[in-house]
Design a protein around this ligand. Sequence first.
Ligand SMILES: NC(=O)c1ccc[n+]([C@@H]2O[C@H](COP(=O)([O-])OP(=O)(O)OC[C@H]3O[C@@H](n4cnc5c(N)ncnc54)[C@H](O)[C@@H]3O)[C@@H](O)[C@H]2O)c1
Length: 335
Amino acid sequence: MKKRLTTRPLEILVTGGAGFIGSNFVHLLNREYPQHKITVVDKLSYCGRRENLADLEGGPNYRFVKEYIADYQVMSRLITPGMIVVNFAAESHVDNSIKDPLVFSRTNVLGTHSVLEAARVNKAKLFVQISTDEVYGSLSMQSGASLETDPLRPSSPYSASKASADMLCLANVRTFQQPVIITRSSNNYGPNQYPEKVIPLFITNLLEGKNVPLYGNGTNVRDWIFVEDNCQGILRVINQGTSGEIYHIGGGNEIPNIDLTHQIIKAVLGHPDPSRVQPVPDRLGHDLRYAINSSKLHALGWMPRTSFGEGLNKTVAWYREHPDWWKPLKQGREK
Ligand SMILES: NC(=O)c1ccc[n+]([C@@H]2O[C@H](COP(=O)([O-])OP(=O)(O)OC[C@H]3O[C@@H](n4cnc5c(N)ncnc54)[C@H](O)[C@@H]3O)[C@@H](O)[C@H]2O)c1
């Protein structure tokens, strides 16, 4: 099959490109395809940091637009025929979705619908929806891994909003034959992740000499993928994926939270220290386990390249070297 990202210059619009995965994706895209013009649309919520893309500012093939994706008129002006649109923009933190669920519907459902429609009406070449393994809900310890065809059973307002967006995307494929692909990845970690998520929260707490708050008994299992591996998977899907299909992008690193916690402590402090773990009451509706089968994407030639140990060491090194990035964010949250 002919690749979609050829040497011919293309326009690519990335929503949520100032966030964690979006900014890593924009950097990778710019490195691998410098001929393509990238427009980043981001409302710069507390997670969106324009400085994540500071090195691209002023370049001939990069443009930043501070806008809200649920504004259809704006999205319709920005999307032009033949563009590739990659929709990362979302409210992404499960805990926040329990405290303030409606914000999640506005951005993740209505916002996605608005970008999807603007892409359809303005004849974008492809719309890629960045979804999550959380749409399948909790798996038991014995139940293997989810397939792309499995039913969706989201548990949190966050995962329900992402599942709803996926349904809208698939409906547009059926009704309008719109070219759309969905990726569902497992938990990402790596540089530039806002320090509310478990890995950067624990790393930065330890760097500050604090303890780490572990939900419940720590038996919940997540599959971890280094962010650059996910971004490579998204590029692979853009190039070779089939419209109308869903692709899993899993890291193949299923780790119970308690083991994850001890690995982070060892990676930051250089030695084990169980006294740094501070148990806290469990998250409401906390899913026990997520796991996805990624063989459909493996068949397109993609595999995750980064082992968990290597990715964790790279991530710890990045947070150690960039206190100027994360310290103000943590201070802002503690006010
Ligand atoms: N982080 C993970 O482990 C993970 C795993 C699977 C899927 N995902 C999905 O990947 C995507 C990116 O996640 P992330 O971890 O980088 O999140 P993030 O919170 O770091 O980034 C989200 C970005 O979207 C922007 N944004 C939010 N609402 C917006 C709006 N209404 N209009 C325009 N911009 C808006 C924010 O400013 C931010 O820059 C999300 O769709 C998320 O559901 C994340």
